[in-house]
Design a protein. Sequence first.
Length: 282
Amino acid sequence: MRIIIAVAVSVILALAIFFIAQKNMHNKIATRDLAKVELLQRGLEFINSLVRKDGSHIYQMFNFTFQKKFSPNQLQGAIDHWYAERSYRGVKFGAVNILGLSGHITSWISFKNPPETKLIYQYWIKTDSGWKLMWLTGILNYKDYIYGDSDTIAQHEIMQRVFEEAISDSGIKTVFPQLELTKNLAILYRPQRNFTKIKLPKNRVVWLTQDEIKNEYQRLGINTYFDFGMIRIVDGIALGTLDIVPIPRTKQPPGIRRRRSIVMFFKKVADDWVFAGYGNKW
């Protein structure tokens, strides 16, 4: 069985490389395409290990920050719980995408006894040592496997850097050109989140609760506010999510009529966090 799986993995990888090479037959293979091949190879390696229920090997595919917090036995327990004594039947791959320093692979695992199909969403991050697993939607749950959020000082630094990038000329205005940056910029204050004072040279930043935003938006002259989402620091790479939220009963910018989100990446260089590109936006 393992030999059959290994052969299938090799065939799929060879086909992927062949089609990418055909696409670039008159030029050198693009760096992005090579990165996709490397990512797909890692994704197939993961599926091969998952079929064998080899949590130990999958554990080694995770980033070092994950490994520092969780043990191989904990990951093996999550895999066994996900299998729930079902028998593997086959796998179907969906999209393989690279966005900034993140890689995303969608796949569906089919089972027999009973017959059913489950989604596995692989989230990878490109570190200095290559593609490392960051998350497995469908196997890990957010309640028990939160990590990369313990360095409060670094998290505050990333909040500052995310906001600086957001209002820069090459920042969020490039991604969402409809957004009008006002003199006052409001960030949603959440009691459970660490508060940090953000300083900007040309704008006044205020942290407000939902009620304060409803009461103060006219005086402040704002029609949107910002909300920080997930901020994680993994193996010297930080990713921060920033949401732009329209305020009801105001004249909302075109294209910002609903909550919009964008992920940004930063890499640790010496003592500074350097912007390393955008990830998902929705």
